[in-house]
Structures are given as structure tokens and as C-alpha cells.
Design a protein. Structure first.
Length: 404
């Protein structure tokens, strides 16, 4: 090998021949840097990790038929966000946790979300499930947005807990006034599922509002959540001949009650709350002539609703059938907007951004949060069951000066 001469001096740096400089090319970039005294190359910037969001719903158990459409809509909303670049330059990772349709399962799911260090939680749907989750997530400082838990106690005294739906105090009031002013009802019976906070609280709010508006309650009766035979209760109510029967239960029990009432001969108008998602499956044609309060209907006059319907149709090739599922879309979009405004994944900053939400354009109506994390002035839709369809009857607004 030819000797490499050097004429290095203190004031004159060494000049290496070109042939020697080619050696590192064969050895790789790392060798070149080592020869230059610069050490190993820095690691290329890794892609930002996804934003982990938990969705706690009922995939199994009695609540699953009510929750599955909300799970579907939650996925649609997250996929839509990711298709537009995600949030803060990151994709959103959805961690779906099954609460097994029980409060205990909901608490366990919340603990799982905490252990996974999620940024926020979407869920639960049923009030009894959210009531079990909320204290745990509040203590952990993790923002939670329930799409459909209407019990007022879900958010009370918890500044990290929010909801996308109206609350039962107004839902009960709205239906009571609708019964008196629109249906001209003078008497009412209230029948509630004593195993569900949602049902008992909503029944109480309706009963109080109906009486205060000049109506008379002729019966207040409870049943267990797993009941399937309502004949004894129906016969008792039939003897009192109320103008309306308020059934703030879920799809299965309310549907069976209405179907059995027709067979027994109870003549009354049935009224229900927002949990009558797919009541036709159990009530059949017996549901004709009934009314329910609801968070959404395909004909609601909100621009974001039209956008949501197009996004859903593009994904599934069909229209939205469940009246509660749009609340899940709004819950996800509320969170996305808050993260964007916060400009970080700091959970306190996200909570502050949620609390400052004003006139958010929801698919179920505009949303401005009050001090409790509840939407102010959230409208209620009255749906009429007629000719085998759910017809849009009207919108009841809680704005001051607007009477149902």
C-alpha cells in the first residue's frame, strides 16, 4: 500500500488524499461521522404517537342493543377526524371498552381507561353506567363526555365531566307540558323501571311537572328491570283510566308494556323518553299513536346534522336509524374541537377548553356548556309514531319565554 505522506503543521491542518476520503463511503455514513469526530448520527424523528381516547359502552348485556349504534357512530366520527389529518398532527386511536351493561363493569372500564393513560373518555350511554364512571375519571383528572346520560347527577360537582344531551329535569318538564297543552291530557299514570336511575328520575320529573301544570297523577307504579309480564300493572292502571301513561323505560320493557296493554285493552296515549331507541322491535304496531322526547330526528334543522348524515352514508351505505347515535358524533366532535383549541394534550387544558364551549354546531343542536358541564338551551324533539313511521312533530326549546 502506498504510504500516505503528510505535511501537517500546527498552523496547517492535514489534507487527506481523495482516495482516502472514499473509504467511509464504503463503510457507511456512521463511519464517516466517526472519522470526523462527530459520533453516531441522531435518530430520525419518530412519528408522533396517536392520541388515545377511550370509548366506554355496552357491547354485551341488556344495554347492548341501545349502545351498539352509538359505538358505530363513535367509530365513524373518529375515522372522519383521522381522514382529515387527525388532531394536532396526530391520528386518534380509539380504545373501545365494554362495560358489560352494569355499573360495576362501567367502573372497571373506567379504571382500565385510567391505567391506559387515555387523553379523554367518550361514554357511557346509560345514566347508571355514567354515574359509576364519573367519580373515578373526575379523581383521575380525565375529561369525560357522555353522549346520552340524562340524569342530572352525572355531572354535578364534577368539573371534568360533560354531556352532549339534555338533562332529565327539562326532558320531563317538556313532555309534561306537551301532554297538557298539545294532547289536552288531564290525568296521567307514571310507570318506571326501579332498577334504573334514568327511569326513576325521569318519571319523578315528569310527575312533578305534570302536577304543577294542572294535571292529576292517578298512579305511580314501579317494576323490576328484568320484568317481562306487566299484566298486573296494566290491569291496575286500566281501572284508573288515565289519559296518558308515561313510560320512561328502555326499549325492551317499554315495548313489551305497550304491546301487552293493547291486548288487555288499556286505552291511553303512551309517552316515553329518549331511551325508546328501537321500541318498534318489541311494541310492533301497538306503538301507533304514541309520542316520545328525543335528541334527534333526520328532519332536525341543524346544518351539522346534514353533514353527519352524509359522512355516515358514505361509510355504511345507509341512513341513520337510531335517534340517539348522533349524540355520540357530537360527543367526539366536541372533544376534537376542545383539543384543537387547547393546542395540547394536557388534560386540564382540554377540560378548560370544553368548559369554555360556546355555540358549538352540533348535529343534535347548538351546544354551550353551563357551569355543570350540561348543554344550555338544548332543544328536545317530539316524535310521533304514526303509520309505521317516526314522524317529526316539533321542537321544544328551553329558552326563556318559549313555552312548550
Amino acid at each position: 500500500m502506498k504510504k500516505i505522506s503528510s505535511s501537517c503543521t500546527r498552523n496547517r491542518p492535514c489534507l487527506l488524499p481523495l482516495a482516502f476520503l472514499r473509504i467511509p463511503v464504503l463503510l457507511g455514513v456512521s463511519a464517516l461521522l466517526l472519522l470526523a469526530g462527530l459520533g453516531a448520527p441522531s435518530t430520525p424523528l419518530a412519528q408522533e404517537p396517536p392520541i388515545k381516547i377511550a370509548a366506554i359502552f355496552s357491547e354485551t348485556g341488556i344495554a347492548a342493543p341501545h349502545n351498539l349504534p352509538l359505538i358505530e357512530m363513535t367509530k365513524v366520527a373518529v375515522e372522519h377526524i383521522n381522514s382529515r389529518g387527525g388532531l394536532l398532527g396526530r391520528q386518534v386511536q380509539l380504545l373501545l371498552l365494554d362495560n358489560g351493561s352494569t355499573p360495576i363493569g362501567s367502573a372497571l372500564a373506567a379504571q382500565k381507561a385510567i391505567a391506559e393513560n387515555v387523553t379523554a373518555v367518550i361514554g357511557a350511554h346509560w345514566s347508571s353506567h355514567s354515574l359509576a364512571m364519573a367519580p373515578l375519571l373526575q379523581e383521575a383528572g380525565i375529561p369525560m363526555i357522555s353522549p346520552g346520560s340524562t340524569n342530572p347527577e352525572v355531572t354535578r360537582g364534577k368539573d371534568y365531566i360533560f354531556r352532549a344531551c339534555f338533562i332529565d329535569s327539562f326532558q320531563g318538564l317538556a313532555m309534561a307540558k306537551f301532554a297538557i297543552h298539545e294532547l289536552h291530557a288531564g290525568t296521567a299514570a307514571v310507570v318506571t323501571n326501579i332498577d334504573e336511575n334514568y327511569s326513576t328520575m325521569l318519571g319523578q320529573f315528569f310527575g312533578n311537572a305534570f302536577a304543577q301544570a294542572g294535571g292529576r297523577l292517578v298512579a305511580e307504579i314501579g317494576y323490576r328491570g328484568n320484568a317481562t309480564d306487566f299484566s298486573a300493572i296494566i290491569k291496575e292502571i286500566e281501572g284508573k283510566k288515565p289519559d296518558v301513561v308515561y313510560l320512561p323505560g328502555y326499549t325492551r320493557d317499554s315495548g313489551l308494556f305497550i304491546k301487552q296493554s293493547e291486548k288487555i285493552g288499556l286505552k291511553a296515549i303512551f309517552l316515553g323518553g329518549d331511551a325508546w331507541d328501537e321500541i318498534e322491535k318489541y311494541a310492533g304496531t301497538s306503538i301507533e299513536g304514541s309520542f316520545q322526547s328525543a335528541p334527534w330526528h333526520p328532519q332536525v334543522p341543524f346544518p351539522e346534522s346534514e353533514k353527519m348524515k352524509k359522512i355516515f352514508a358514505a361509510k355504511h351505505g345507509r341512513s341513520i336509524e337510531n335517534i340517539s347515535s348522533p349524540l355520540a358524533y357530537d360527543a367526539v366532535m366536541l372533544l376534537a374541537a376542545a383539543i384543537t383549541r387547547a393546542g395540547s394534550l394536557d388534560r386540564r387544558a382540554i377540560r378548560d377548553a370544553l368548559a369554555a364551549t360556546v355555540d358549538f354546531p352540533g348535529a343534535t343542536g347548538p351546544i354551550t356548556f353551563d357551569a355543570n358541564g350540561d348543554p344550555q338551551n338544548k332543544p328536545i324533539i317530539i316524535i310521533e309514531f304514526r303509520d309505521g313511521k317516526r314522524l317529526f312533530r316539533n321542537v321544544i326549546s328551553p329558552l326563556p319565554g318559549v313555552s312548550p
